[in-house]
Structure formats: structure tokens, C-alpha cells
Design a protein around this ligand. Sequence first.
Ligand code: TUI
Length: 311
Amino acid sequence: MKTKITELLHIETPIIQGGMAWVAEHHLAAAVSAAGGLGIIGAANAPADWVREEIRKAREITSNPIGVNVMLLSPYADEVAQVLVEEKVPVITTGAGNPGKYMEMWKSTGSKVIPVVASVALARMMERGGADAVIAEGTESGGHIGAATTMTLVPQVRDAVKVPVIAAGGIGDGRGMAAAFMLGADAVQIGTRFVVAKESICHENYKERIIKAKDIDSAVTGRSHGHPIRQLRNQMTKEYLKKEQEGVPFEELELMTVGALRNAVVDGDVKHGTVMAGQIAGLISKEQTCQEIIDEIMKETAALLQGAIDE
Ligand code: TUI
């Protein structure tokens, strides 16, 4: 399928993998790119040397383009930004902030820069700053989220900017992807479904929680202090939300979550760890290879879009 995004990024299929902390390492990113999508290494809170190594390891597996997501709240964001220039990373996505200060250096070495935006205002600002496309990410997503839904955000961002728009949040199959195209998107970003991919190094307990999740199984912690995080409900979210309601200070709440995502993803502690996942987890029912996931979604999408043309 050809869209403005497949042309811009030199990929076969307009599916971009989310840059999920701890999960989006080189095995997953390389598998998504080898399958025709755009694999992303999630720099999250990792040091720059880790990011450099992951880029190089991914390149040993596939020669297809691979991108990196920079999480702008990371203490290592400046160093990571520099590594991406040195490694000539073709596509850079950003999350959890405004990447304005890096835009010039990334663009000067030919990288395509695609910020995640959660509002029309930021989408406009990013376009003015030279963004090659934007990812309009709705509140259905897992992890750090904005307030607007995908259904409302994507068409408003589509109308506000000329650059291509990638829809994200709540997309897990061909119906979601076809709907995103109807809203004006040129591609989709998918996270949660790739967490359960066979190539994902995520702990089996974590994958099983996603596979068993129901439609309303996620909770959002941190709303009171402006860092809302969507994750699957467990002992940890129960305690956190109770303390949050009691007005426990941010610093104390923060202590509860230190290392908690790693504990869930790497060690499989899905009871006390942070199990980030989007609202679409309830739809995800099995572990498949990235190739199977992409082929299935594309087949469903093509059938739906064809039907829309026929009728
Ligand atoms: O970034 C994400 N999702 C994430 S990042 C993450 S790891 C983390 N670690 C520590 C603290 C917080 C998170 C887990 N999930 N998605 C992209 C995203 N960006 N969603 C929403 C936004 C966003 C929100 C507000 C982007 C910009 C923004 O405003 C920027 C500004 O300064 O105006």
C-alpha cells in the first residue's frame, strides 16, 4: 500500500511501531522493519550508549529503515539526540514533550522528524518548526497520554497541518487502521499489539496480561500531578490511585513507580509492576510474529477500504 508516509519513509507498509520503553529494543524493531513496517527503538530513559548499540544490532538483522523514539523527559535526551545524528538514523519520532530544540540538528543530517502530538496547537507548532509528519496520539494509548481521543484528534490535526498525519491510540486491527484512514491519516502507529509479538522480548506474564485483558481493564495513574500513565489495573494501580485520591505528594507517589515498568517487562512482576498497555488490549487475543500481525492487519484494511469504494 502506497501513502504519503510509505513514500516519505521508504517503507512498504504504512504501519509504524510504537517506541515503547523497555519493549521496543532491537529484536522487535528489526522484525517490524523486516516485515515492511517501520520498527522503532524506544530510547525511553536509557543512556545514549545503549541506544547506539541497539541501532547497530538492529542493522545487523535488517537493511530496511529503522527509526528511534526519543522520550523527551529522559535525563539522557541531549546525548541520545547527538547519537542519532552520528548514527544517521533515518526517522526520529519523539514523545512526551516538544522536540523544537533538536529539530535543526536532526534535519541538517537528513533525518525525517516526526513528533508525537496530543493537541492541534502542538501539531501546528511542530509543522512550523520543520516536522516532516506528526503522530496524532489519542488518549486510548498506553503509557504517557494526552486528553483527546484518537477519533477527535486525528481529523482536527488533519485539518490543521499540511504534513502527513499518523494516527495512534486504540488501533489494533484492520478495522482500526481503515477507520484511521477515514479520519484523514496517512499511516498508523501501533504499540500494544506489537508488545505481544513473538519477537518481543517482553516477559510472558506481561504478554498474558494483555491477551487476557478486557475492554475496561486499564487505569490512568498520575492525573493529579500532570503525568497521566495508562496501564492495566493491578495491585500497584489500586494502591497508587488510593494514595493519589488521598492527596499524597508527587514525590512519594513517584517512589512507588521507580523501576516498576522494568519489573513488569523484564522480570514479569505484573502484580506490583507497571503494565503499560492501550485500551485496545481487550481486542488482542494471541501472540503472532510481526510479519503475521502486519499481513493480517493489511489484509483486513485492504478489504474494508475496497468495500468502501465498491458501495
Ligand atoms: O511518550 C509517549 N508515551 C510514553 S513515554 C513513556 S516513559 C515515561 N517515563 C517517565 C515519565 C513519563 C513517561 C511511556 N509512555 N507517548 C507520546 C506522547 N506524547 N503522548 C502524549 C505526548 C505529549 C503530551 C504533551 C507530547 C507533547 C506534549 O506537550 C508538549 C509541550 O511541551 O507542549
